[in-house]
Write a protein that binds this ligand. Structure first.
Ligand code: FES
Length: 104
């Protein structure tokens, strides 16, 4: 079967919002394009402000050593600011909110 041209979908729970996360963007960046605010600070994988749980799916990282312990990784925690969705992903973060749409 040929690869689907559609980028992976990321769903944010408990907000229930989904957005496309192309390979060229981190999950945090893709959320921003979709008018979704996720907790963040450093955006380079060190401060852990964006830490959240991945309920399903898989990601890869833009940096070699994201600030996660082996245990956290095993429990499914990810850092969306340096994570790229490889498949459809569901994450759980209490701090997500929809940004108001700008008036045209
Ligand atoms: S925003 Fe700092 S680790 Fe993701």
């Amino acid at each position: 079967m040929p690869d689907s041209p559609c980028p992976p979908l990321v769903r944010v729970e408990p907000l229930g919002q989904s957005f496309e996360a192309p390979d060229s963007l981190t999950i945090l960046e893709a959320a921003g394009f979709a008018n979704l605010h996720l907790p963040r600070s450093c955006r380079n994988g060190t401060c852990r402000t964006c830490l959240c749980k991945m309920l399903s799916g898989s990601v890869r990282y833009t940096i070699e050593w994201p600030g996660l312990s082996r245990e956290e990784k095993a429990e499914g925690y990810i850092l969306p600011c340096v994570a790229i969705a490889e498949t459809d992903v569901v994450i759980e973060t209490e701090g997500a909110r929809t940004l108001p749409l700008r008036e045209a």
